[in-house]
Design a protein around this ligand. Structure first.
Ligand SMILES: Cc1cc2nc3c(=O)[nH]c(=O)nc-3n(C[C@H](O)[C@H](O)[C@H](O)COP(=O)(O)OP(=O)(O)OC[C@H]3O[C@@H](n4cnc5c(N)ncnc54)[C@H](O)[C@@H]3O)c2cc1C
Length: 440
C-alpha cells in the first residue's frame, strides 16, 4: 500500500491522528518504534497509546473544567482516545481514569481493524523529505529524529527539557499590592507586575524554599544539562540567603509607588499570552511539590489569592518553539509537508496531546482531499489550545501548557464565580456547528 500520509509515533497523538485520517478513507502508514526492541526511557511496553505515568485523563466535568470541556469536544469529533477511555474506564469520582492495559489494547484493536491503516514497527531517524507527514513522537522523541528535527528548525527552537515557571491568572492578582513597572522605568511600557517583599517576608520565603518538599528527578533525568541556564529557585536559595535578591528577585530599579523606594526583594510576573489573562512568575522554575508551591507562593504579597493556571516543574521533554515554527495548521513553516502533533508541539498532558493529534488528523485530511480547513472557534477548548500553540503564546517564554480557561478569550462581564460555567456554555454553543461539520 502506498500511503497518502505517514504518521511517525503511535502514542496518544499519533494514534488519534491515524484514526481521524483512516476513518476518512485515507491510506495511512503509522510508524511506531516500540515493538522493534526500542523503548523510550518512560515507556514500559509495546502497545500503542501507552500511558507512561498516571492512569487519569483528569476531570470529566464539562461544565466547570477546561479539560472536561476538551473531553466533551473530542467526543463530539468521534475521538478514538475518548472512545477507548470509555471502554477502559475505572471508578475515579469526577475524573476519567482508565485501566491502562485495556485502554492501550482497545486503541490498538480499533486501529488494526481499519483496512487502509498500516501499523509498522520501525524507528524513523530523519524527517521525510516529501509527502504529507505527521510527527507525533512525543516528549521523549528518539535521538536521531530529534536531531533531524533540530537541524530543520534551528538549534534554539527545539528544547530537550522544560523549565516551567508557575503561571498565575491575572484576575487573581491583587493589584492594590502589586504595581506595573519595568526596571529603571525603561521602555515606553510598564511590562511587569511587581510583587514587593520586605526583609521579614523575604527571609520567611527563603526558608520556605529551602525546607519545602521537592520532587526527585527520575533516574534518566538526573544528569540534566539545564542547570547552567535554568536553575530551580530552591537551588539558587541554597547557594546563599541573598542569591535570589541578585537573581530573579532583584529589587534594584523598581520603585514601589507606595513607598517611593525599592523593596527588599521583588517577584516579577510577565505577560504569557496575547490575551493578557496569564502571567508567568519570572525565573521561578522549581521542583517543589505542587501543594508546596501553592502554599509558599501565596505568601508572596499580592499573590495571597493567586490561582495557578500551571505550576512549576522541570522534566525531560522534547518540544518545539511552536508559536514561531508552526503555522496555524501545525505545519512547519520551512517544510509545510510536515505537521507536528501531540506533546512535541508544546501542549502538556495526555488529553491535550490526543486533542492536538485529533486536530492534526483533521487538518491533514482536509489538505489531502483538497478541502478548506476551518479551525474550531477560538472560544472552544480545541480552538483555544490550538491558538495558543500556533501563535498566541509568548514565544520567548514558551513552555508546555495544559488546557485552562486562561487560554480562552476573557469574559470580564461575568461574575468570577460564574465564569467557568460561562466559558463552557459559550464554548458548547460556539463549537456545535463546527462539530456537526466534522462529523458530516
Ligand atoms: C515521564 C512522563 C510522565 C508523564 N506523565 C503524565 C501524566 O501522568 N499525565 C498526563 O496527562 N501527561 C503525562 N505526561 C505528558 C504527556 O501527556 C505524555 O507524555 C503523552 O504520552 C504525550 O503524548 P504524545 O502522543 O505526544 O507522545 P507519546 O505518547 O510519548 O507517543 C510518542 C510515540 O512515538 C514513539 N517514537 C518516538 N520516537 C520515535 C521515532 N523516531 N520513530 C518512531 N516512533 C517514535 C514513542 O515510542 C511513542 O510511542 C508525562 C510525560 C512523561 C515524559
Amino acid at each position: 500500500m502506498t500511503p497518502d500520509i505517514h504518521i511517525i509515533g503511535g502514542g496518544l497523538a499519533g494514534s488519534e491522528a491515524a484514526w481521524q485520517l483512516a476513518r476518512r478513507g485515507l491510506r495511512v502508514r503509522l510508524s511506531e518504534m516500540r515493538g522493534t526492541g526500542e523503548r523510550s526511557p518512560a515507556h514500559q511496553g509495546d502497545g500503542l497509546a501507552e500511558l507512561v505515568c498516571s492512569n487519569s485523563f483528569r476531570s470529566d466535568d464539562d461544565e466547570k473544567n477546561a479539560v472536561g470541556l476538551l473531553h466533551h469536544e473530542m467526543r463530539g469529533c468521534d475521538s478514538l482516545i475518548m472512545a477507548a477511555a470509555a471502554v477502559a474506564q475505572v471508578p475515579a469520582g469526577s475524573a476519567l481514569a482508565v485501566d491502562r492495559d485495556v485502554f492501550s489494547a482497545e486503541v490498538e484493536a480499533r486501529l488494526s481493524a481499519l483496512p487502509n491503516l498500516q501499523i509498522v514497527r520501525e524507528r524513523i531517524d530523519t524527517l521525510p523529505a516529501a509527502g504529507l507527514t505527521v510527527v507525533a513522537t512525543g516528549p521523549l522523541t528518539a535521538e536521531a529524529l530529534a536531531h533531524s528535527i533540530g537541524a530543520a528548525t534551528g538549534a534554539d527552537s527545539l528544547a530537550f527539557f522544560d523549565a516551567i515557571a508557575p503561571i498565575v491568572y491575572h484576575d487573581s492578582i491583587d493589584m492594590d499590592v502589586c504595581w506595573m513597572a519595568s526596571r529603571w522605568d525603561k521602555g515606553e511600557t510598564k511590562d511587569y507586575i511587581n510583587c514587593p517583599m520586605n526583609r521579614d517576608q523575604y527571609l520567611a520565603f527563603h526558608t520556605g524554599l529551602i525546607e519545602g518538599e521537592k520532587t526527585a528527578f527520575k533516574e534518566w533525568e538526573a544528569n540534566t544539562p539545564y542547570f547552567d541556564g535554568c536553575m530551580p529557585i530552591e537551588v539558587m536559595a541554597e547557594r546563599g540567603v541573598d542569591t535570589l535578591r541578585f537573581g530573579p528577585m532583584k529589587p534594584v530599579g523598581l520603585d514601589d509607588p507606595r513607598t517611593g523606594r525599592w523593596p527588599h526583594a521583588v517577584v516579577q510576573l510577565r505577560q504569557d499570552n496575547k490575551l493578557g489573562t496569564l502571567w508567568n512568575m519570572v525565573g521561578f522554575q522549581t521542583k517543589l511539590k505542587h501543594a508546596e508551591q501553592v502554599r509558599l507562593f501565596r505568601t508572596i504579597p499580592g499573590l495571597e489569592n493567586a490561582e495557578f493556571a500551571r505550576l512549576g516543574g522541570l522534566h525531560r521533554n522534547t518540544f518545539l518553539n511552536s508559536p514561531v515554527l508552526l503555522d496555524r495548521q501545525l505545519r512547519l513553516k520551512t517544510a509545510p509537508h510536515v505537521r507536528f502533533a501531540g506533546q512535541i508541539t508544546g501542549c502538556e498532558g495526555y488529553v491535550e496531546s490526543a486533542a492536538v493529534g485529533l486536530l492534526a488528523g483533521l487538518m491533514t485530511a482536509a489538505e489531502a482531499t483538497g478541502r478548506e480547513w476551518q479551525a474550531p472557534p477560538r472560544t472552544s477548548a480545541l480552538g483555544a489550545l490550538l491558538a495558543h500553540i500556533t501563535g498566541d503564546a509568548e514565544a520567548d517564554s514558551y513552555q508546555p501548557m495544559n488546557v485552562n480557561f486562561g487560554l480562552f478569550p476573557p469574559l470580564h462581564d461575568v461574575k468570577k464565580k460564574q465564569r467557568k460555567e460561562a466559558y463552557t456554555d459559550r464554548a458548547k454553543t460556539d463549537i456545535a456547528p463546527w462539530l456537526a461539520e466534522v462529523r458530516a
